[in-house]
Design a protein around this ligand. Structure first.
Ligand SMILES: [Fe+2]
Ligand SMILES: [Fe+2]
Length: 520
């Protein structure tokens, strides 16, 4: 008995010690070999073609020993040998030579197959391989020809940082919340360093089989653009991630001759036109194509995705030029929903459909385009203090310091938008009801969700600075504000805080150890 009591006592002491330990973030390391291809297919990803009822594309990667590759596809069935009625299609194989690129340092083969003439509203099974080594059979469903058939899709903002560490849980929770999602919209900044193999490998690993089952609709962010001085020279322009075009097989119905292939395109999913724009380059040059795609659009719902938001969510950010160029077109053609990223926070709001419709402050109202900024990875910025007051727009809901995914459901005249945290809690919701005149009714549903989330009422994003150290710093730098803290541990286990102080717009970086000694 004494023994048991003593053990229990020890357990308590240890647990109390663990609870009090100051946790320091240390990024996991990945060895270079980790992201290298092999003979076996990896990074299998599915995208829809322009007509998701009949077209889907699959892309995968191997090492360069695999020179001939295939995809097999069959209508799926509960019987295991459903493949008997399938067909085998030879892949287009292209060499990816990143050996001269510092961040890539790899040679690989990318293989792709465009599945065409598929049956609408049908579940297919496919697999990819070289005839000997094969992936598992993977299932996806084509869109229906019944334009009124209800469907759902997911939308995520910047994946970008802590991708494998923290985006994995987010996208898996998204898949759990909406297992019937027909596709996933990624609004740019999928990775942090455009050409970096490890970043892309994290992205593919985090999403795992979801990438091969649920078609991705991807649009590039500024982090998908980076120069390659070691190849193009010091003054070289930024260019699209060298992995982008090999690894995605997207509709090629965008503007021609602008170098925007597979970044600007559209697809018609039942009664919704989904348009990807490239907010990074040639913003003006995309306009004639956009006007054509919008003016010819006969679909009930128009959803546009691109990276840089029309109305900034976070402090110190602005895309005025883009707003001047694109917003009048969105207004003219009554775009319903704009799905954006870039600001590493959450903001959702809307503009007036025309000057005199927005009377009355009812929960039910009329609305023009609804704009959303969201973030799905682990990097977080603070919200603009003024909201959207400077813009002719209302910001209705916002969040800081919260990883979110969105589930959008379309059922006839109603579009339901729901935003969920990484643990699957409803954070925001509204409905749009489509009217024949193209102006939507707006139904606010945010009251279904919990309290507003901010840095001030959520688990600290910055490393907490112990009060005694704060006092030491503020006595040495009176009138300063502490705006960033990063904790680390020395090899001897001593805590060191790297602190950013700001006063009158001047920033000072100071290192202070846990004993209060300011380090040089
Ligand atoms: Fe970003
Ligand atoms: Fe960005």
């Amino acid at each position: 008995m004494k023994q048991v009591f003593f053990s229990f006592f020890l357990f308590l002491i240890i647990n109390t010690a663990i609870a009090q330990e100051y946790k320091v973030y240390k990024a996991p390391t990945f060895r270079e070999e980790w992201s290298k291809p092999s003979y076996h297919p990896d990074r299998v990803i599915i995208n829809f073609g322009a007509d998701p009822a009949t077209e889907a594309n699959v892309t995968w990667r191997t090492d360069t020993t695999i020179i001939k590759a295939f995809a097999e596809i069959a209508v799926a069935d509960g019987a295991p040998k459903f493949w008997r009625y399938g067909k085998t299609i030879q892949a287009k194989t292209e060499l990816f030579d990143g050996l001269k690129i510092k961040d890539a340092k790899v040679k690989a083969h990318y293989h792709s197959v465009r599945f065409t003439d598929l049956k609408p509203d049908t579940m297919y099974g496919y697999r990819v391989g070289d005839g000997e080594s094969w992936s598992e059979w993977i299932q996806f469903t084509t869109a229906s020809r019944d334009k009124d058939k209800p469907f759902a899709f997911l939308y995520v903002g910047d994946t970008q940082n802590y991708i494998l560490e923290l985006w994995a849980r987010l996208i898996r929770e998204g898949y759990r919340k909406a297992p019937d999602a027909k596709f996933i919209i990624h609004a740019g900044d999928l990775v942090n360093v455009a050409h970096r193999e490890q970043d892309w490998h994290e992205w593919f690993t985090a999403g795992g089989f979801i990438h091969s089952m649920v078609p991705s609709v991807v649009t590039p962010g500024n982090h998908e653009y980076r120069n390659i001085p070691e190849v193009d020279g010091e003054d070289a322009d930024r260019r699209l991630s060298v992995q982008w075009r090999p690894q995605f097989t997207l509709p090629e119905n965008g503007p021609k001759g602008l170098g925007l292939e597979e970044t600007v395109y559209y697809m018609d999913y039942q009664d919704a036109r989904i348009i990807s724009l490239n907010s990074n380059v040639s913003q003006k040059e995309q306009i004639p194509w956009l006007e054509k795609v919008l003016s010819e659009n006969t679909k009930k719902w128009t959803i546009v995705t691109y990276h840089h938001p029309m109305f900034s969510a976070s402090e110190g950010r602005e895309n005025e030029e883009l707003r001047k160029l694109w917003k009048p077109i969105f207004d003219k053609y009554k775009v319903d929903l704009a799905l954006q990223g870039h600001d590493h926070s959450y903001a959702r709001g809307r503009v007036s459909p025309e000057d005199n419709v927005m009377d009355g402050a009812n929960a039910r109202d009329k609305t023009g385009t609804v704009y959303v900024v969201s973030v799905s990875g682990g990097k977080m910025y603070g919200l603009r203090k003024k909201g959207w007051d400077d813009y002719e727009a209302d910001r209705d809901r916002a969040a800081e310091n919260t990883q979110l995914f969105q589930v959008i459901r379309i059922e006839g005249d109603t579009l339901s938008f729901e935003s969920y945290t990484a643990i699957g809690e409803l954070y925001d919701a509204f409905n749009l009801v489509n009217n024949d005149n193209g102006i939507n009714d707006f139904i606010e549903r945010k009251s279904e969700a919990g309290a507003e989330r901010r840095f001030s009422n959520t688990i600290s994003y910055e490393d907490p600075l112990p009060g005694n150290l704060k006092a030491v710093l503020l006595s040495k730098y009176p009138g300063s504000e502490i705006t960033r803290v990063n904790a680390s541990k020395t090899d001897e286990g001593l805590l060191v805080f790297s602190v950013r102080l700001e006063k009158d717009g001047e920033r000072t970086m100071v290192n202070i150890d846990e004993k209060g000694i300011i380090l040089e």
